[in-house]
Design a protein. Structure first.
Length: 251
């Protein structure tokens, strides 16, 4: 049960592009970026940090029936939008937490953060770099009719909606990776933690090891028995690792 105050706001960073942001808790700022599963996939992370921090959790354009103009179509567009969000709200020392696709966005934000808004980085099950010998299991739309169709009752969705999957495919590009990302990560100067499920078959742990090796001073934590979203599958161990990291950067 959550006890923190949760609100939200919508801004229009570009004409015709509304951005919905969940705003929860109070304290030092945390930006939480979801993956293909949408905002619901990071609810536990938002709730965890909102107990002690102010959490902003945007919905990427294209998810939850939000509009996404055709031109808004790569990771860089999201990165610049979220850096502008930090600027517009005058937020500093922000801990950026990204899950799956959100981790790619988060990592790229730390590379491009010339205004020094970001104070720390946590990525989990993130794709983005090209890792030789490892393939990414990109999500696909679940087979059969939409959840609840024909049953008279709603059912939980088993994967990204068709619109979200279309947006994810556009953002990730044809290769679903950026071969230059690992080289650019050498510019990151904030503390970073890569947390991975030991049994992640969507984005294998070697992606996390590659991130940690590329970011100066970054730490890599492997969560035993967990899969792609370790905060769901092994929450106590995963949040303990994240909290220990946060404590080292004064959070």
């Amino acid at each position: 049960m959550t006890t923190h105050q949760t609100t939200g706001f919508t801004i229009e960073p570009y004409p015709g592009l509304p951005l919905t942001v969940r705003d929860a808790g109070a304290g030092r700022p945390v930006l939480v970026l979801h993956g293909g599963g949408g905002p619901a996939s990071v609810t536990d992370i938002v709730d965890h940090f909102a107990a002690t921090s102010r959490v902003l959790a945007p919905t990427h354009p294209g998810w939850e029936d939000t509009p996404r103009p055709e031109w808004f179509s790569d990771v860089g567009d999201l990165v610049e939008t979220y850096l502008d969000l930090l600027d517009d709200r005058d937020l500093r020392d922000v801990l950026v937490v990204g899950v799956s696709f959100g981790g790619w966005i988060a990592a790229e934000m730390t590379v491009r953060d010339r205004a020094r808004r970001v104070g720390g980085l946590v990525i989990m099950g993130a794709f983005g770099p090209h890792v030789e010998g490892h393939e990414l299991r990109f999500p696909t739309a679940p087979p059969g009719p939409p959840p609840g169709q024909g049953s008279g009752a709603p059912a939980p969705r088993r994967g990204p909606s068709p619109a979200a999957l279309q947006a994810l495919t556009a953002y990730a590009g044809p290769t679903r990776s950026d071969p230059k990302l690992l080289h650019r990560l050498a510019r990151v100067s904030v503390p970073a933690l890569a947390v991975w499920g030991e049994q992640d078959t969507v984005v294998p742990p070697d992606f996390g090891r590659a991130y940690a090796a590329a970011i100066p001073g970054a730490r890599f934590e492997l969560v035993p028995g967990a899969g792609h979203i370790p905060t769901r599958e092994a929450p106590e161990v995963t949040f303990a690792a994240i909290d220990a990291f946060s404590a080292t950067i004064g959070r």
